[in-house]
Design a protein around this ligand. Structure first.
Ligand code: ADP
Ligand code: MG
Length: 559
């Protein structure tokens, strides 16, 4: 597409007045700068000694976090190329649950390295090819190095869970939390898949992180509907009904003309009779506890209480599903269909106080396929950050159980990749060789940043690390606490293979996509949606988006 084409001496205008267009080198530079700015904004949070960010939204609510993807989501970035880098962290979060900062930092460094080569007149397409080749090779190298972990290797699983929480708000209690996380994931694992959604998290403000616990069952954020119902039922048969226990509306909207009191009484009796029958049905099938998705009529509540049944109304459908998994019951949508076979079983169903709130605990189940982690912490911000760390940890344990392959952490895989990719570059030859070498250099951003954030000299650390890998020590990584280069596997710092392969894959894809763009054409109204209106003649998002991020980068540097 061309903005202006000359037809004779008349320029032909094909874009509207308000459209903004940047082409060639300018477009490339703009996009690279935006992408790098995103990476820069999370860089200081990487690793065990990484700092946290405080993010304040327009409504004044505050998030304090170390989690890459959370920072980027909260930052409200609106530059299109910058958003491609944000997507890298989102993919990472979805696929593995950890490594979101690393993925973005690598993407930023790939762009930085590319910029230098572009300046040397290496064509973007050549660069893209070289990067793709290098990424492909990197995956092979990592696959070869991966350490097998069996699903019953609890010690390694706990180390993986713990590594993911290093340097986060959960750090002080990470040993205990790691045990809970492993228990939780093992409990909900199905044969063919693991859905960590079946691990619910209940956050409680008050108490310390150490007092967090795992309930092998479900906690429902409700109370029993009637005070005369039991507080607790042991060995409970649990009915799960996604409907209501109320009087059925008459099908036809008929008016009932009541002429004498007896008739009215008859009418009411009929309604009571309906409710009575529903409750009787629950009694007949042997239910001791019933979770109802919708409402329960007052009269029915009274009958249920009389029968000693503990009933909960307006249970969320997600809770009903979790209850079904945990108790082995089945959710029915028509009460008449409820059979004794549909009932679940729990050793204990009880209303208990948790952090000042009453909730229903359904526990002591035979095989808890749905569990609840109760996370405690001193303040709301603390608990929120503990939750994010635990979510990462759940993700890596899940990934390890599914894939059975791990790698040492602390920059060891990146250092090894850099070494082997430089060898590989020689075999590539041509101009692509330069791109492969640049890719190798870019990966070293991880150990370099780990060192920087730990207050170490990054050059010394890298030199040390390279020497050890040259000497054949695949697992040599940087101990962020002492500054020594040590065997990370022996130290118990391990991560799933997929955390690394996914990060490299998404970072490469995003970098290549950005590099291949030589034209940015933005519709006019894009710009007016930005809040930064300095009236400069800049392409869409160029001023608005970058202004915000420049501020973020500055903040990172100051910390
Ligand atoms: P990400 O969002 O990428 O997971 P993190 O802040 O969690 O970012 O940092 C992850 C990096 O920290 C990984 O490279 C990991 O190997 C490293 N790491 C974790 N624990 C240690 C440790 N004890 N010593 C050195 N590096 C560690
Ligand atoms: Mg992490």
């Amino acid at each position: 597409m061309a903005q202006r084409q000359r037809m004779g001496n008349q320029p032909m205008i094909v874009l509207s007045e308000e459209s903004q267009r940047t082409s060639g080198k300018d477009a490339q530079t703009m996009n690279i700068t935006a992408g790098k700015a995103v990476a820069e904004s999370v860089r200081t949070t990487l690793g065990p000694k990484g700092m946290d960010k405080m993010l304040v939204d327009s409504g004044g609510s505050v998030v304090v976090t170390n989690d890459g993807v959370t920072i980027l989501k909260e930052m409200d970035i609106d530059h299109p190329a910058a958003n491609m880098i944000v997507e890298v962290s989102e993919t990472q979060e979805e696929e593995v649950g950890d490594g979101t900062t690393s993925a973005v930092v690598v993407a930023g460094e790939l762009l930085d390295q590319a910029e230098e080569l572009l300046d040397q007149d290496i064509h973007a397409t050549t660069l893209a090819q070289g990067y793709r080749q290098a990424a492909e090779k990197a995956k092979e190298i990592l696959d070869e190095q991966a350490i097998e972990v069996s699903t019953d290797d609890r010690a390694t699983l706990t180390q993986i869970a713990s590594t993911a929480m290093t340097g986060k708000g959960a750090e002080s209690a990470k040993d205990r939390l790691a045990e809970l996380v492993v228990d939780a994931v093992l409990a909900v694992a199905d044969e063919d898949d693991i859905d960590t959604e079946n691990v619910s998290v209940e956050k409680v403000v008050g108490g310390s992180i150490d007092e967090s616990e795992l309930v092998e069952g479900v906690i429902v954020d409700k109370e029993r509907v009637d005070e005369n119902m039991p507080y607790m039922v042991e060995d409970a048969n649990v009915a799960l009904f996604d409907g209501d226990i109320e009087v059925k509306e008459t099908e036809i909207d008929a008016e009932v003309n009541v002429t004498d009191p007896e008739q009215l009484q008859q009418f009411l009796d009929q309604e009571e009779q309906q409710l009575r029958e529903m409750v009787d049905h629950l009694v007949d099938v042997g239910a001791d506890v019933v979770f109802v998705g919708d409402g329960i009529d007052d009269m029915a509540q009274h009958y249920l209480a009389q029968e000693g049944i503990l009933a909960v109304r307006r249970a969320k459908s997600g809770d009903l599903k979790r209850l079904a998994r945990a108790t082995g019951g089945r959710v029915v949508s028509n009460l008449d269909d409820l059979d004794s076979d549909d009932l679940g079983f729990a050793g204990s169903v009880a209303q208990k106080d948790i952090g000042g709130d009453e909730r229903i605990f359904v526990e002591d189940v035979e095989e808890a396929k749905s569990v609840t982690l109760i996370l405690r912490g001193g303040t709301e911000h603390v608990v929120d950050e503990v939750e994010r760390a635990v979510e990462d940890s759940l993700g890596v344990v899940r990934t390890t159980l599914l894939d059975g392959q791990v790698l040492p952490g602390g920059g060891a895989p990146e250092a090894e990749l850099a070494l082997q990719l430089r060898d590989f570059a020689d075999s590539v030859g041509g101009r692509e060789q330069l791109a492969v070498e640049a890719f190798a250099d870019a990966l070293e951003v991880i150990p370099r940043t780990l060192a920087e954030n730990a207050g170490l000299d990054p050059i010394d650390s890298l030199v040390d690390l390279r020497a050890r890998h040259d000497g054949g020590e695949l697992g040599a990584g940087l101990d962020a606490y002492t500054g020594d280069v040590i065997d990370m596997e022996a130290e118990g710092v391990v991560e799933p293979l997929r955390v690394k392969t996914q990060a490299i894959e998404s970072a490469t894809e995003a970098a290549v996509m950005i590099l291949r763009i030589d034209d940015v054409i933005a519709a006019g109204d894009l710009r007016s949606s930005g809040d930064d209106d300095d009236g400069e003649d800049m392409p869409a998002g160029g001023a608005g988006g970058m202004g915000g991020m420049g501020g973020m980068g500055g903040m990172g540097g100051a910390m």
